[in-house]
Design a protein around this ligand. Sequence first.
Ligand SMILES: Cc1cc2nc3c(=O)[nH]c(=O)nc-3n(C[C@H](O)[C@H](O)[C@H](O)COP(=O)(O)O)c2cc1C
Length: 192
Amino acid sequence: MKILDAIESRRAKRMLSDKKIEETALKRVMQAAHLAPSCFNNQPWRFMLASEGESLEVLRSALTKGNIWALTAPTLIAVGTRYEEDCQLPEQRDYALFDTGLAVGNLLTQATAEGLIAHPMAGFDPKKVKEAFHLDDDFVLITVIALAYPGEASELNEAQKKLEHGERVRVELESVVSFNGSPKVFAKKENS
Ligand SMILES: Cc1cc2nc3c(=O)[nH]c(=O)nc-3n(C[C@H](O)[C@H](O)[C@H](O)COP(=O)(O)O)c2cc1C
């Protein structure tokens, strides 16, 4: 699969299969994440994969109500970092979240190329997970990713059912990308 094909066909789907994910595919997905670039090659990302046992139970129990569809996923991946693990430069340029996001981007693309759904979630209780995983206050638990083959098994509400087959929604490219535009293109708008 060409990279743009994988990027274009990746969607945050919720209809999942509970089929176990092939070990070799899982390794490639995580290797893709780990090959991401990072400031000073600091590699600040930490991935806690759970396909069985207490870790999986904890992650499942931490999901918010709106994310119960993710209980079907055979693998959940908690992703986090610490600011001190990466460059911290003036003007709020803390790179740990950014670089971890780059790694997650690779993960999502490779998962799509493997025929998997990889759906990142912010809807979970970070305190619960951090306590159970013995993570300190400085650890930022950014997302839990549901990883699964596509399927039929998840519980979806009406809004989620609609989204499942809905159009991809994005603002116009020109509203977020300036192609040789004025330097003021993204200046804060004054209240007039
Ligand atoms: C950081 C992050 C948090 C998200 N949290 C949730 C979530 O808790 N539950 C959910 O169903 N989808 C969640 N999503 C999925 C987004 O809603 C989805 O990516 C977005 O609507 C765009 O759709 P697409 O990924 O299919 O292009 C999250 C995505 C990201 C990147």
